[in-house]
Design a protein around this ligand. Structure first.
Ligand code: ADP
Ligand code: ASP
Ligand code: MG
Length: 440
């Protein structure tokens, strides 16, 4: 049986006609690349605006009752120049008219946001001479807005099974009432993974503007080393913690089916990129630490009560206070008489007074200490567990860089060590950890 590859091209890979030509060449170079998931046109240069962002600002003008024609004209112009330069006949005027028509029914913002991938995919389908399959007809969410995997995988499979090729827009699907619903930002990565799973692809190729996952954020560390191989679990950890090259939910559909993800660079198609799989070839040599990622914007709430350890249910009651206020916790390091809950700062700030009152009333703590402006950094690697002295090296490097560690947590799967530092120390901490743990 012939192999099947699902490819997803990100916004920068499809930002203008010359990028779309590169994507088309990549696809045509291997007939196994049968199904293409496309993003909306992204940035062509660093202070350019993504079409998706233009669509969101168009919607906010519309929702405020303002004149949105100027921004809609900009969107039309982006596509018009792509169409002209590709030399295809495509009626962009009709697409824009359809949007204006739909706006009369006061659709949700998601509808307008989705038009970026919808129109781009139709253009790319026309250019390649491939059929276009609208994601609204095959990707489903339930009435609460959660992705409906069972129905989606079946429908995508039934629809694509008899098509030798297809272009499918990323980022959106539809609700039971037929209304358009999107994934969170960057969600075309998730669509690509869903399509790969539905057609039982041999590989899910995710084409972007870097030659794979890098071992640290390239905006902080100068030319970080690329990661050749990484497991799904490590990738999930790094992308959740802020390595934004792949959407954090993109591993789930393919991981279940054991389909490897290959992150590759549209501008350097000969580079191998990063291969992500459940386990790695045994002859692959890797450093104990695979990558470093982090995020700012956390608050730690530290609750102290003498002889806390002797009381059952103290931690559970504390976490329940956060959960009933709708705040998920990120980390929860504990001591003998202390327990800290680390949460997203903006979520906490909105509920701060209620939460503190409930903690005081229900748990009668001796002290509550709140530490704001915390950045959380994860040092991730499946090899760490087998190597002595990793933790010593991590903390030694931070001390040498003059970074004060304000929180430590080790994931229960021993795959990562999490450190909390002051936001103002974030960049220097990432640099120090990279130098000590990866560059060496
Ligand atoms: P696309 O438009 O193709 O979906 P994204 O902008 O979503 O691309 O993701 C690629 C970008 O992710 C890179 O250009 C890079 O700036 C950023 N990035 C952040 N952390 C990492 C990392 N650890 N490895 C690679 N890229 C990263
Ligand atoms: N275009 C959407 C965004 O900018 C989805 C994506 O590119 O993956 O978030
Ligand atoms: Mg992306």
């Amino acid at each position: 049986m012939s192999r099947t590859i699902t490819v997803k091209f990100g916004g920068t890979s499809l930002a203008d006609a010359s990028q779309i030509r590169k994507a088309a060449e990549i696809v045509k170079a291997n007939p196994e690349r049968k199904y293409l998931v496309a993003s909306a046109p992204g940035k062509r240069f660093s202070d350019d605006v993504k079409v998706t962002d233009l669509l969101y600002s168009c919607y906010s003008e519309f929702a405020r009752g303002n004149d949105y024609s100027e921004v809609l004209a900009k969107i039309k112009e982006r596509y018009a120049s792509i169409i002209t330069e590709l030399g295809i006949s495509f009626d962009i005027g009709a697409e824009i008219d359809a949007i204006e028509q739909e706006l009369r029914t006061y659709p949700p913002a998601d509808y307008l946001a989705s038009r970026g991938e919808y129109i781009n995919s139709k253009i790319i389908a026309e250019f390649l001479g491939w059929p276009f399959v609208d994601a609204a007809e095959v990707i489903f969410f339930n009435e609460n807005g959660f992705f409906d995997g069972e129905k989606t995988f079946m429908t995508v499979n039934a629809r694509l099974r008899d098509l030798p090729n297809a272009v499918i827009p990323g980022f959106y699907g539809s609700m039971p009432d037929g209304k358009i619903h999107t994934f969170s930002r960057g969600g075309s990565d998730v669509t690509g993974s869903i399509v790969a799973r539905s057609v039982n692809a041999d590989v899910y190729e995710n084409w972007t503007d870097v030659s794979g996952m890098l071992s640290a954020d390239p905006r902080i560390v100068d030319s970080p080393r690329p990661i050749e191989y990484i497991t799904y679990t490590e990738l999930r950890e790094l992308s959740y913690m802020g390595a934004s090259v792949l959407h954090e939910d993109a591993v789930f559909p393919v991981r279940k089916a054991g389909i490897p993800i290959n992150i590759r660079n549209t501008n350097r198609p000969d580079d191998n990129g990063t291969l992500i799989a459940a386990s790695l070839p045994s002859d692959v040599k890797r450093t104990p630490v695979t990558g470093i990622a982090g995020r700012k914007g956390f608050t730690s709430i530290r609750v102290e009560r003498s002889q806390m350890n002797g009381q059952t249910g103290f931690g559970a009651r504390l976490l329940y206070i956060f959960s009933r206020n709708g705040i998920p916790f990120e980390h929860c390091p504990t001591g003998i008489d202390t327990i800290s809950v680390v949460v997203n700062s903006s979520m906490f700030d909105a509920k701060r007074d209620e939460i503190l009152r409930e903690i005081k009333n229900e748990l009668a703590p001796d002290f509550i200490t709140i530490e704001k402006n915390l950045a959380v950094i994860a040092v991730v690697g499946e090899g760490m567990v087998r190597v002595k002295g990793v933790a010593a090296k991590i903390f030694g490097s931070l001390a040498d860089a003059g970074v004060n560690v304000r929180m430590i947590d080790q994931g229960s799967d021993e795959l990562n060590i999490i450190v909390g530092v002051d936001e103002s120390d974030y960049e220097s901490a990432v640099k120090a950890l990279y130098r000590a743990m990866i560059e060496q």
